[in-house]
Design a protein around this ligand. Structure first.
Ligand SMILES: Nc1ncnc2c1ncn2[C@@H]1O[C@H](COP(=O)(O)OP(=O)(O)OP(=O)(O)O)[C@@H](O)[C@H]1O
Length: 846
């Protein structure tokens, strides 16, 4: 006969008044006697007992708990494990009834005690029922029936058989339901943190075998009201004790769920019963641990206190986990107790995810539930399968085949079967589990157990950290790409420069006369190609799409430097005009390079012509740099130092006489001379002292400029040369002069040119000195005028002052005369006079 060790019951509570007010939709219901819970999507979850919202406490008790109580009474350990979301009805189902007198609301504990008392009365056996209640919050055990000073002195201990118990907890004997009422009231008063702690009730039934024997513990019924995970755990502030406890509950429930689902608990050694005749047929017996009466003090309501598991018998037996909850449940979950997994769920649509998770756990536990054979060996149960998906079918088939392995099969069949099972186990991963479709349908993460929901905040924290790490790595990647883009743009610019240089070298090494707007690589920039990093090939982008502001400004600065360098270069190297300058400079500066071509051309020319040309070239092909100009400006102008200019003029004259000179080059030359003249003029203007040499150099420059100007005019308008000649030839004096000039040799013409040049310079000097004298006189005149005007103004002021003073004096004199007392005769005459019309007054002199 097969007997199931773990059964699964699912209870769907009704909507609460608050939920009804909010018009919450219902997502789960139970069809009567169907043995399954059906979700709104149509999925059915089979279980041993399915209770809908209308099922009463009594009905639930009678169908699923009462049989266990019978086992308990018969000496079998029993556990009822209430599992579910917070507010799903666990406490209501197990313990309710303590607050109301309504019989219908009384929970499992009350009804168990009621039944036990009834059975005791029926059998007329002396049985002792006691209760022990402990709350577990994290690692902290709290005795809910002890006094304040003993509440926390609890320890989980194990006896030699590996059975765990709580040492130091107060155990209250129950002789009536009234005792139980007191106990429940006591627990209710003490257990303020009911929702965040696991509450465990141990009902112990002991039977005194005879009057002489000691008490013997027969069986234990453990009611576990697990802490529920909060529905709004995500709203709990991180770091608060409530948040930490929420995480802890999640971890604990996850471990418990794993144990239930994976069936990994080691099976405890079957306990031998002290009375073989009373032992259930399916169980082995172990010596019962006697209860030891410690005292009869007043710690408990009934005055008795027991230690369930004396420490002297404790051993360090194996524990597969260090969690206090797991250690306390270890005995029951290991298969030595008859267990009912009571899964409580809410029907509200808002709790659908948690409900699905709970139902999946219930389905797995149902699937994994084992039974014991008559020999006490746990085996798989043959639960009628109500499959709702293909996954569970395969899953169940695997279990069936596993059981078949033990039966009488041929070796080859056994081999094939075990190979298939191995392959199946290999492919069985969380993502391929039978509930995958359900998870997808209801949006439940596959690896998310109900406990995971409780630890949702923990998961959220981890997900947030992952997300922030991902964001960070993405930003790093973006930054890297941006830098790569900038590097590519930089390389493209460099490649352009290199291309331009290459083109220049291809066109015979000619200097590139690039426009000022073109980017030319400055000398300080390296010509070495930039390595493109380790990447073999890179995609080059034509536009700097992703340049940063700093990079853009750097690029602009680089272009700016390029332009400046180009301008500087152009300004620095100024050459005097020469139609053959390039070739000559090649011959002079790079004799090896000019090579054969230069030598051949030299051989073709006649020696005298060669000498003449060389002389002319040596005069014309002078390169004036800024340094030279500076030297000319800073050093004292030497009459000999103007020989260069003079030679230029001579060269220009020769040019006019037949050499081909570009007007542009003449203009450049003229510009250079003007610049030098302006510099010198400016320096002389600023300086305090003028020397004659300075003035002379200035005049020479001006004369030279005029000469160059005349040459330019002749080059631009060759026909004017003839006109000028004709004008000169029209003058009788000029005819002779021209003839004489034409007959002059080169040296004589040069000497004559020197004389005229010096004379022109002297004329300029005298002209300039005259002008200076005129200026000085003008200055003196203006000063005199200014002084005179100032003197005049002063005189005018004085005249004005004298006039005003005079007027004032006359006015005072008149007043004095009028106020002075007149002599009688004169007064009479005055009286008469006044009668006459005041003649005398009007005749008074001013
Ligand atoms: N079957 C039911 N019929 C009527 N009311 C119920 C039922 N189940 C639960 N309730 C009510 O739901 C509310 C929450 O129930 P309960 O306190 O038992 O939840 P819980 O799962 O124990 O919560 P927690 O884990 O936070 O302790 C209570 O007011 C209870 O009366």
């Amino acid at each position: 006969m097969m007997e199931k060790v773990m059964r699964v019951a699912v209870r769907v509570r009704p909507l609460l008044p608050a939920e009804l007010r909010q018009n919450r939709e219902i997502c789960a219901h139970v069809e009567a006697d169907s043995g399954q819970v059906i979700l709104a999507g149509g999925h059915a979850f089979p279980c041993d007992f399915a209770y809908g919202p209308t099922v009463s406490q009594e009905s639930l008790y009678c169908s699923s708990i009462k049989p266990l109580v019978a086992s308990f009474f018969a000496g079998v350990d029993v556990m009822v494990l209430a599992y579910g979301q917070s507010g799903s009805g666990k406490t209501y189902t197990l313990i309710s009834g303590r607050h109301s007198d309504s019989e219908g609301d009384r929970g499992v504990l009350w009804r168990v005690c009621e039944d036990v008392f009834q059975m005791t009365a029926q059998e007329h056996t002396h049985l002792i029922l006691s209760v022990c209640c402990v709350a577990l919050c994290g690692d902290e055990l709290r005795d809910l029936l002890g006094s304040d000073d003993t509440q926390l002195n609890l320890r989980i201990m194990e006896d030699r058989n590996g059975r765990t118990g709580v040492e130091g907890a107060v155990e209250i004997p129950l002789s009536s339901l009234e005792d139980l009422r007191h106990v429940l009231e006591c627990v209710s008063d003490v257990n303020h943190q009911r929702s965040s702690s696991h509450t465990l009730f141990w009902l112990r039934l002991r039977r005194r075998l005879d009057s002489s024997s000691q008490d013997a513990l027969l069986s234990t019924l453990l009611l576990v009201d697990l802490a529920g995970w909060e529905r709004d755990s995500g709203l709990v502030n991180a770091g608060t004790p409530r948040f930490k406890r929420s995480l802890q509950i999640g971890t604990e429930l996850r471990t418990l769920a794993d144990m239930i689902q994976r069936d990994t608990l080691p099976h405890a050694t079957p306990r031998s019963h002290t009375h073989p005749s009373r032992a259930p047929p399916s169980r082995a017996h172990t010596p019962c641990t006697p209860l030891t009466r410690l005292d009869s003090g007043s710690d408990s309501p009934t005055g008795h206190r027991y230690a369930a598991y004396p420490s002297i018998h404790c051993t360090s037996a194996h524990t597969h986990t260090h969690s206090p909850l797991m250690r306390l449940l270890q005995n029951s979950l290991s298969g030595s107790a008859h267990t009912l997994l009571l899964v409580c769920v809410s029907p509200a649509q808002s709790s659908l995810t948690d409900t699905v998770s709970c139902l999946m756990l219930a389905a797995r536990a149902q699937d994994k539930s084992s039974c014991t054979d008559p020999r006490g060996v746990p085996t798989r149960t043959h639960t009628p399968l109500v499959a709702h998906t293909h996954g569970p079918l395969v899953h169940h088939a695997a279990h069936l085949l596993e059981d078949l392995l033990d039966s009488l099969l041929t070796p080859s069949l056994q081999q094939r079967l075990s190979a298939w099972l191995d392959a199946y186990k290999e492919t069985l991963s969380p993502s391929q589990g039978p509930d995958r479709s359900l998870c997808e349908t209801y949006g439940v993460h596959q690896s998310r157990t109900p406990a995971d929901t409780a630890g949702g905040a923990e998961t959220d924290v981890a997900l947030t950290q992952d997300a922030s790490a991902d964001v960070q790595s993405l930003q790093d990647l973006k930054q890297h790409c941006r830098l790569q883009g900038e590097l590519l743009v930089e390389q493209k610019l460099l490649a352009d420069w290199l291309k331009r240089d290459l083109r220049a070298s291809d066109t015979g090494g000619q200097r590139i006369q690039s426009s000022p707007l073109t980017n030319q690589r400055p000398a300080h920039l390296t010509r070495q190609p930039v390595r493109c990093g380790s990447a073999g090939s890179r995609k080059a982008y034509s536009s700097p799409c992703d340049l940063s502001l700093e990079r853009l400004s750097a690029t602009m600065k680089t272009s700016n430097q390029l332009l400046l360098a180009q301008l500087e270069e152009q300004e620095q190297v100024l050459r005097l005009p020469s139609g053959t300058r390039g070739r000559e400079s090649q011959e002079r500066e790079e004799p090896e390079k000019s090579g054969t071509r230069g030598r051949e051309s030299q051989e073709r020319e006649e020696p005298e012509k060669k000498d003449k040309k060389r002389t002319v070239r040596s005069l014309l092909n002078r390169t004036f740099t800024r340094k030279h100009a500076t030297d000319a400006n800073t050093s004292t102008p030497d009459p000999q130092g103007t020989s260069g200019l003079r030679r230029v003029c001579e060269g220009q004259a020769r040019v006019c006489d037949g050499q081909s000179v570009l007007v542009s080059e003449l203009l450049m030359n003229k510009a250079l001379l003007e610049k030098r003249r302006d510099d010198l003029s400016g320096r002389l203007t600023e300086g305090n002292t003028h020397t004659e040499q300075d003035d002379r150099a200035l005049h020479q420059l001006e004369e030279t400029i005029e000469a160059v100007d005349a040459v330019i005019g002749l080059r631009r308008h060759p026909d004017q040369q003839g006109a000028t000649g004709r004008q000169l030839s029209e003058s009788s004096t000029a005819v002779g002069s021209l003839r004489v000039l034409k007959e002059l040799s080169l040296q004589e013409a040069e000497a004559l040119f020197h004389v005229y040049f010096s004379k022109a310079v002297c004329l300029r000097e005298s002209c300039a000195s005259q002008q200076r004298r005129v200026c000085e006189l003008e200055e003196l005149l203006s000063v005199e005028r200014e002084q005179s005007s100032r003197r005049l103004q002063q005189l005018e002021k004085e005249v004005f002052f004298y006039r005003s003073s005079s007027r004032e004096l006359r006015r005072r004199l008149k007043d004095l005369v009028q106020d002075a007392p007149s002599p009688p005769s004169s007064r009479a005459s005055c009286t008469r006079g006044s009668g006459d019309g005041g003649h005398s007054q009007g005749g008074a002199p001013d």
